[in-house]
Design a protein around this ligand. Structure first.
Ligand code: GTP
Ligand code: MG
Length: 136
């Protein structure tokens, strides 16, 4: 089995979509190993988004991620890294496929940052690194 870090980002929490998102994850059959509400500070987010440092959307992204709490989830299951990214849909919610979390619940709100509701680790290496950052 495999583990991944899932985040319900501040837009998802603020819109009251945490339950709906968790329902999809549970319906798919993945196991919740740990879950917590986190007010991420800048230091944590700099670690989490280190690969994006210097990109044009980096500062707006860090600010958005500090706009409210996120729900951090340690999720387990066979091929859950790939499987959750498929459930989440592609990065841009405008064009993410219907049936995915981003496609069904997200859209472009006209803001600088793509508020795309969820995060999922993109590789086993990222998952190990990110789980350490969010769960210690
Ligand atoms: P995550 O699961 O959140 O990591 O999404 P991802 O893997 O689909 O995207 P990526 O890691 O490339 O980017 C991380 C986050 O930065 C995205 O989820 C968006 O919130 C934001 N982002 C990525 N690309 C852009 C962009 O081109 N413009 C803006 N405004 N935001 C972006
Ligand atoms: Mg990513």
């Amino acid at each position: 089995t495999e583990e991944t870090l899932v985040l319900v980002k501040p837009d998802g929490v603020a819109r009251g979509l945490t339950g709906a998102i968790l329902a999809r994850i549970e319906a798919k059959g993945y196991a919740l190993v740990d879950i917590r509400l986190v007010e991420a500070d800048r230091e944590l987010l700099e670690q989490h988004y280190a690969e994006h440092a210097g990109k044009p959307f980096y500062e707006p992204l860090l600010e958005f991620m500090q706009s409210g709490p996120s729900v951090a989830i340690r999720l387990a299951g066979n091929r859950v890294i790939e499987g959750f990214r498929s459930l989440a849909g592609t990065t841009d919610p405008t064009t993410a496929a219907p049936g995915t979390i981003r496609g069904d619940f997200g859209r472009d709100w006209g803001l600088a940052v793509q508020q795309n509701l969820v995060h999922g680790s993109d590789s086993p290496e990222s998952a190990a690194r990110e789980l350490q950052i969010w769960f210690g």
